[in-house]
Ligand binder design. Structure first.
Ligand code: SAM
Length: 255
């Protein structure tokens, strides 16, 4: 698919409200009301959808607690896979609590740009506020399963703990969309959960938590991310590493 003027027009419509809001210094008048997918409202209303959820979770100690003290390590694993000075156009799919996006914005090289998409209004507004000091960064509403960007738009894309929160159909479409909007030679970096090694007690504790709070997460234990890539896609490179006794994984896919 090629970029068409109607696609470009759609993109401009999404981006311009933020630029306008910034230019006017309107910090508390977020311009979009995105539609939240049913699974997100049903399963994760308490974590992302309600404004008070974002206000509660978006604190370093809380994020670090959820990631068992590994927030900085995992954040830097993802960011280092993108580079110290990140050239060209970067896309972060889905907002992330803590300082992930700020650190990412700080690594954007002069002339480069960072776009962050999310489907829910509260995380977007929160990210927009955090990123006001970084003019290269902008936030936009988009469902990751149907990205509002032309083919081959981005040089690199990052997803941080997103896939385990999605039902299979959304996960498949999200990966396929990410690969579609990557430029040839571009890189997709994914950091997410992985099945802990045999002697790690978390292997037996996590399923209890997943059962109550994260019903789609066990999929990422049972399957390799490679299995969810489009059937006809042949990566130029696919590299997976696991960390912290197998609890987390980093996958880098080059198109
Ligand atoms: C990146 S994930 C989890 C990140 C991690 N728990 C953290 O915040 O540190 C959470 C975000 O994904 C977003 N999200 C979930 N489904 C989405 C979709 N289909 N399209 C775009 N964003 C989505 C949620 O709205 C939420 O802001």
């Amino acid at each position: 698919m090629n970029t068409t003027s109607s696609q470009a027009g759609k993109q401009d419509k999404l981006i311009s409200p933020l630029i306008d809001a910034r230019a006017k210094g309107e910090k508390d008048n977020f311009p979009w009301s995105p539609e939240v997918p049913a699974y997100l409202e049903k399963v994760y209303w308490w974590a992302y959808v309600r404004p008070y959820a974002v206000a509660f979770f978006d604190h370093e100690p809380i994020v670090n607690l959820i990631l068992l003290g590994n927030m900085v390590k995992l954040r830097d694993l993802a960011l280092d896979a993108l580079g110290q000075s990140i050239q060209g156009r970067t896309l972060q799919i889905a907002c992330v609590y803590g300082d992930f996006s700020i650190r990412l914005a700080q690594r954007i090289a002069p002339g480069g740009s960072l776009d962050i998409v999310d489907v829910a209004a509260s995380p977007l507004e929160n990210a927009r506020r955090k990123l006001l000091p970084y003019p290269a960064a902008r936030v936009m509403q988009s469902d990751s399963a149907n990205l509002k960007f032309a083919d081959a738009t981005y040089d690199q894309i990052v997803m941080f703990f997103l896939l385990h929160e999605m039902p299979k159909d959304v996960r498949d479409k999200t990966l396929s969309e990410a690969l579609r909007v990557l430029k040839p030679g571009g890189k997709l970096v994914i950091v997410d959960f992985h099945k802990p090694s045999k002697f790690n007690p978390l292997r037996y504790l996590y399923p209890l938590m997943f059962k109550v709070l994260e019903p789609f997460a066990l999929d990422i234990w049972k399957h390799s991310i490679a299995e969810w890539l489009p059937k006809d896609f042949v990566p130029a490179e696919y590299a997976q590493e696991t960390f912290c006794g197998g609890v987390y994984q980093k996958v880098v896919v080059r198109v």
